[in-house]
Design a protein around this ligand. Structure first.
Ligand SMILES: NC(=O)c1ccc[n+]([C@@H]2O[C@H](COP(=O)([O-])OP(=O)(O)OC[C@H]3O[C@@H](n4cnc5c(N)ncnc54)[C@H](OP(=O)(O)O)[C@@H]3O)[C@@H](O)[C@H]2O)c1
Length: 318
């Protein structure tokens, strides 16, 4: 089968489309014929793996341990393992599994895989899992139900998911901060107030929030402190300069009312079910920036690497 092969770290040009063995599902897995996948921000960063070298302890120190790229998928079940029961051949599914930028991926039935929401295209479904699962698992750490939450980096994959989850699942009051070009989109996702980051600095406005969710890790606890309520929480997706956020989390827990926390993302099957239900209720949708084909993997990764995407970048697998 054709797949995006990732055998060494470097610029996006190290990625190439080539032939590999089709995976054989074990008795607890299903084999999915992939129709659409994506390049996520996390993956794009893993190609060079130079910004956060510590992650190489997980991904492979000298070269990538997993040699097929990609993780989000939407497609059709082609084969089921003898000990699976949830899916049957021909079911349309979506989910998150390493090695998804390929014609086929084998996925454990207990992993992050669910029925594709009715009415969603494969491209739309593939754009859902990463941002929504990261946002949902991280936001839970802030108990945001009914609170006033500011989302910084609101048009990215995690940010656009966070707004929809906060507005429709956690019933929070959402203020979103994004680029001028994304203001209307972000408003349409459920933010009650949208701040154009090029026109207004929210840290100087005097407004305060229960939670500030920095979805792109571009702010700092120090910078946001004045904009937090006395018992407010700064939750960030990023480890911070010199990985200081985990230390800050411990210090602020011991010392202060205002706290900092690192959002730890998880890809859970149960959460994918929550998101599917929201989609089917019309309360969550995919945000797609650009679409490419598998052969355009280098251009797609370069674009994601730029850090400027709105929502997701999808690749179709003809
Ligand atoms: N903690 C975890 O478990 C975990 C796991 C995976 C990933 N992550 C991290 O999660 C973060 C979010 O991922 P993502 O997929 O949502 O990213 P993304 O989609 O690539 O984010 C793109 C968005 O970021 C905005 N942005 C870029 N630079 C900015 C700046 N200086 N200030 C404000 N906004 C800026 C862009 O807006 P403009 O167009 O306005 O520039 C764009 O809308 C990444 O940093 C990733 O490394 C964390």
């Amino acid at each position: 089968m054709r797949a995006v092969i990732f055998e060494r770290y470097g610029p996006p040009e190290v990625l190439r489309v080539g032939d590999v063995e089709r995976p054989v599902p074990n008795e607890q897995e299903v084999l999915v014929k992939v129709h659409a996948s994506t390049v996520t921000r996390g993956e794009a960063m893993s190609v060079r793996s130079d910004e956060l070298r510590i992650t190489r302890l997980l991904t492979g120190i000298r070269r990538p341990r997993k040699t097929i790229f990609g993780s989000e998928f939407a497609g059709r079940v082609e084969k089921v393992g003898s000990k699976t029961s949830e899916f049957k051949v021909g079911d349309d599914v979506f989910g998150f599994r390493s090695g998804a930028l390929a014609e086929y991926v084998a996925v454990p039935e207990t992993g992050a895989i669910d029925r594709k929401p009715s009415g969603l295209s494969f491209e739309e479904a593939a754009a859902i899992p990463d941002g929504s699962l990261l946002a949902l698992s991280c936001l839970r750490q802030a108990n945001p139900k009914g609170k006033r939450v500011l989302v910084y980096g609101a048009a990215g994959s995690v940010g656009s998911s966070a707004i929809q989850l906060l507005a429709h699942y956690f019933e929070a009051d959402v203020t979103a901060v994004c680029d001028t070009k994304d203001v209307e989109l972000v408003r349409s996702l459920g933010a009650s107030e949208v701040i154009d980051r090029f026109n207004k600095d929210f840290t100087k406005s005097g407004a305060t929030y229960d939670v500030i969710f920095d979805a792109v890790g571009k702010q700092s606890f120090r910078g946001c402190r004045r904009s937090l309520d006395p018992a407010g929480l700064y939750l960030t997706m990023d480890l911070g300069f010199m990985y200081h956020v985990p230390l800050l989390a411990i210090v602020t827990k011991i010392l202060g009312n205002k706290r900092a926390k690192l959002g730890v993302g998880r890809y859970r099957k149960a959460d994918l079910g929550v998101v599917r239900e929201l989609i089917e209720n019309g309360e969550f949708r995919a945000v797609i920036d650009r679409q490419y084909t598998l052969n355009e993997i280098v251009a797609a990764t370069e674009y994601v690497e730029s850090g400027q995407k709105t929502g997701s970048v999808v690749l179709t697998i003809p």
